[in-house]
Design a binder for this molecule. Structure first.
Ligand code: MG
Ligand code: MG
Length: 267
């Protein structure tokens, strides 16, 4: 069942989302060659707690850390470790928080130093696909409209859309109805309405869309070991239109990226 949020609840969720946005902004300055993902995890946990929130993933389904950190061919759900990041790596960082009973859930894929033009384009296209999906998240549209838009754009670039992992409703639970696949057919699936809040999160592979689950029960990599990117925003339907609760503003300030891509979703 889809849980509709009141205006007040959406404002509470905005606070949880902004905490994860600021966490990713803080991490953006720390992601560099030589840094371990476990170090990033510690920084994130300290920061989230300093904001009066608790890490959203720690202990959720028994996940052991604050961040899911997934370098290179890892798609999502990577467990932080002591291995240093290397020049030319990419690293997807997914971060959750919980404050006043509501979750934020937000992800960005970072370049570690200089990366190849091929990988740079994968990150660029995946981020763009996220906004293309968000544009379809409005009253009267359906789940399939978001998935269709993301899939079409992604596959036009020759990339693979991961099937097994999807976005989701967000609220007092990290994962609520509806599931939000990054593929689909126009006009299919559950209908969107005022007060719905979802996490939209394209996971895009440079090569095949197929993935492999590792024996640790968490780590997921691409089947062909080519890189994978992941970007995620929390979005509400307000006045019938998509309203971004999370923002990459802090990340982009840290990285010196100038873009107006979020402007149309500010309410
Ligand atoms: Mg997430
Ligand atoms: Mg999510």
């Amino acid at each position: 069942m889809i849980k509709i949020k009141t205006k007040e609840e959406i404002e509470i969720m905005r606070e949880s989302a902004l905490i994860v946005s600021k966490t990713l902004g803080m991490l953006a300055k720390e992601v560099k060659p030589g840094v371990s993902t476990l170090y990033l995890d510690k920084l994130a946990e300290e920061f989230i707690r300093s904001q009066g929130a608790i890490p959203g993933f720690l202990g959720l389904y028994d996940f052991p850390n604050t961040l899911c950190v997934s370098p290179n061919d890892q798609v999502v759900h990577g467990i932080p470790n002591n291995k240093p990041l290397l020049e030319g790596d990419i690293v997807s960082i997914d971060c959750g928080s919980k404050k006043n009973g509501f979750y934020g859930d937000h992800a960005y894929t970072f370049a570690v130093g200089e990366i190849s033009p091929e990988t740079k384009k994968l990150l660029e296209v995946t981020r763009q696909s996220l906004y293309i999906g968000i544009r379809e998240f409005k009253a009267g549209n359906r789940v399939g409209d978001v998935g269709f838009a993301i899939q079409k754009f992604t596959e036009e670039h020759g990339y693979g859309v991961v099937r097994e992992l999807v976005g989701h409703g967000l609220g007092r639970e990290m994962h609520e109805d509806p599931e939000m696949p990054n593929y689909g057919k126009r006009g299919r699936g559950k209908k969107f309405a005022e007060g719905m809040v979802v996490a939209i999160e394209p996971m895009t592979n440079l090569g095949t869309y197929k993935i492999r689950q590792h024996s640790d029960g968490w780590t997921i990599t691409t089947l062909d070991n080519k890189p994978s990117a992941h970007f995620e925003h929390d979005v509400a339907i307000v006045n019938g239109k998509p309203a971004l609760l999370s923002t990459f503003k802090y990340v982009h300030e840290a990285l010196g990226i100038v873009t107006d891509e979020e402007d149309e979703f500010r309410q």
